[in-house]
Design a protein around this ligand. Structure first.
Ligand code: ACO
Length: 397
């Protein structure tokens, strides 16, 4: 088959999936056929995780049993917490999370068991333990005692409990739960692709999750929500918003939280989040931040060249103020994205393994050909003191 060059793979289909459907032109996202907006309004993260993994919404009994399964796995091995305490307190939480998710494998006797049943159990562990690791690292770096998970709580409630040591209000845990639902899966985004590449080599689920976290970290992917918040804090007040944004656009700088590789219409995840973010901001005394966000949206969308390029707010734009209103430190925002996307990553890995093919594209070689080899001591420059491969060293093995 003739090779085609497709940098960024924007026009390449690299996998089949039954997890989520995106129509970027119309601004549609469905998880297993259900519109994201109705899922965000009506379901929980646990329910959506089941949906992504099982391909149907759970019955009440199934959901209760799945919640029990997840809750039984909230706690992490004390040796993982010992390792956590060796990470510099100054480390970025996403870097700490990458290390800690990888470390989970050492204390899981099934780490290299690739059977579907073991992968399913490991997926439960990864989804259940990721929030525990995030909260524990945040407590540790602040010099606070690590709070044990509470298996009577939902994932969202339990995370806020472990983070603050206080029972969250229903509104707070619901706000976090909505963010978790909205970020759970999104087609073959960069981190999911990375996870599928790793698992497709028949590596293990922990390696795939670790790969995915490293990929999500980048500011062009999951790291954007933190940058959105940094931008809002840098602007500082509503009256400074317009000159700040227009200045950025004039300098051809990107406005974080806008634009998407797939969506050339309004990101459907941002629709509900926009209304929701307002409520959360208002409840927590952060309405001015929300108003600045709205003003940024108005200014950006009023630029004809921006509209022509199909640039609209993405999910990160309004999740930033929501996380901030919940009291999360800025550098935890991307970790929350990881906690949610863990359900999509693991679901995709299991799907990949069910019909596996090594993912291995080509590169278009742009270097020279047919060069004549020149021994190192004939290449000019300062003489090297290291032994030359071309004969001065006696080779005994
Ligand atoms: N602000 C201003 N201009 C933008 C923005 C933006 N946020 N995003 C894209 N553009 C412009 C580019 O400058 C480019 O203009 P040009 O054609 O005149 O050079 C054009 O739109 C196309 O940009 P690309 O980078 O080629 O588009 P791509 O599809 O590769 O990028 C991306 C998508 C990386 C998300 C981009 O929109 C961006 O950098 N956004 C800001 C970061 C961000 O919010 N990321 C989160 C994405 S959502 C998520 O991961 C959950």
């Amino acid at each position: 088959m003739p090779l085609t060059v497709d940098k960024g793979l924007a026009n390449t289909v690299a996998a089949d999936t039954r997890l989520s459907f995106i129509d970027g032109a119309k601004g549609v996202l469905e998880y297993v056929g259900y519109d994201i907006d109705s899922l965000a309004r009506n379901t929980t993260f646990e329910e959506v995780t089941w949906l992504l993994w099982e391909g149907s919404l759970p019955t009440n009994a199934q959901l209760q049993s799945f919640e029990r399964e997840l809750r039984a796995d909230y706690a992490v091995d004390p040796r993982v917490l010992d390792l956590l305490r060796t990470i510099p307190r100054t480390a970025a939480p996403m870097d700490a999370l990458r290390t800690l998710v990888s470390a989970l494998a050492h204390f899981d006797s099934e780490a290299d068991d690739a059977s579907p049943a073991a992968n399913r159990r490991k997926s439960v562990r990864l989804v259940a333990k990721t929030p525990t690791l995030i909260a524990a690292f945040d407590r540790f770096r602040k010099g606070k005692p690590i709070v044990e998970p509470d298996a009577t709580l939902t994932i969202a409630q339990n995370f806020l409990w472990m983070l603050t040591g206080q029972r969250p209000t229903d509104a707070m845990s619901r706000a976090l739960d909505v963010c978790l639902v909205l970020h759970a899966d999104h087609g073959l985004n960069a981190s999911t692709f990375a996870a599928r590449v790793t698992i497709a080599t028949q590596s293990d689920l922990y390696s795939a999750a670790t790969t995915a976290i490293g990929t999500l970290k980048g500011p062009l992917h999951g790291g954007a929500n933190q940058e959105v918040m940094e931008m809002l804090l840098e602007i500082g007040s509503l009256d400074k918003t317009e000159p700040y944004i227009l200045g950025k656009l004039a300098r051809k700088e990107r406005i974080m939280g806008f634009g998407h590789r797939v969506y050339k219409a309004y990101d459907p995840r941002a629709t509900y989040l926009k209304t929701f973010a307002k409520q959360v901001a208002s409840d927590t005394g952060n309405l001015p931040l929300y108003e600045m966000s709205r003003r940024i949206e108005e200014i950006v969308l009023a630029q004809p060249n921006i509209r022509e390029k199909g640039i609209f707010p993405n999910v990160d734009f309004y999740s930033a103020t929501t996380y901030y209103s919940l009291g999360l430190d800025l550098d935890l925002f991307t970790c929350m994205f990881a906690a949610s996307r863990m359900s999509g990553w693991t679901g995709h890995c299991i799907e990949q393994l069910a019909a596996n093919k090594l993912i291995r594209p080509h590169a278009d070689y742009t270097g020279p050909h047919g060069l004549e080899f020149v021994p190192r001591n004939q290449r000019g420059g300062t003489a090297s003191t290291s032994p030359s491969v071309s004969g001065t060293m006696s080779v005994t093995a």
